[in-house]
Design a protein around this ligand. Sequence first.
Ligand code: ADP
Ligand code: MG
Length: 248
Amino acid sequence: MVTSSTALAVELSKVRFAYRTGHDVLAIEALAIGRGETVFLHGPSGSGKTTLLGLLAGVLPATSGQVKVLGEDFARMSSGARDAFRARHLGYVFQMFNLIPYLSVQENILLPIRLEAARRERLQGRSFDDAVRDVASQLDIERYLATPIGELSVGQQQRVAAARALIGSPDVVIADEPTSALDTDRREQFLELLFRSCEKARATLVFVSHDHTLMPLFSRIVELAEINTAAERWRRPTASHAARGGRD
Ligand code: ADP
Ligand code: MG
């Protein structure tokens, strides 16, 4: 069979993952996501959605099996190469945002393009200031550009995290419950920007959410339970999950 791996944004094969402290959280025989697909990933709390996104971002190493993103096998890359790959190709909106609290909104949004030339090039000659203003105004955070992150509400921080993920048009956008702290208007604004950015850059989107009303917006729905055979743990939330406030 001849397949072009470059047509795939994500390719998982016989992947298992366990945190050091426990049994397998993920056991996925195969998952392939084509370039340009927009994927809505859902499943119960504690079923491993955030963990799977960590594997896709090359932040968590698979215990066994193969994780390929844009044709590159993470296991064959040094950690430095993985970091560079992530900065170049991936935009990630974390569940916990991971913004740098002592930097301003503007500085946080600029981080990916400061770190990576390929992301800078996609600004197509626009100045950093213009690029930041552009994405910030679409998310209605323009007036906070000089404000330190620590002074923003959770919903505002969520929008800064989105702006940071989208600036410089990454090839793969990974979003972990990015709309959970947004009100209805802001959620629509956010999704519009997200889809517009992904379409413009022909980016692949992997989006985790509990909000099933969003499903029709996506080209594909993946229920984690259907592909993850490390299932027995889901029925009882673990102590560590409860200790984190039952957050998923
Ligand atoms: P979801 O995002 O679907 O709610 P997670 O991927 O966060 O699920 O968690 C999957 C399982 O892995 C849960 O049982 C959770 O308690 C456990 N887990 C998550 N993060 C860690 C960690 N850092 N160390 C150990 N166990 C973890
Ligand atoms: Mg989660």
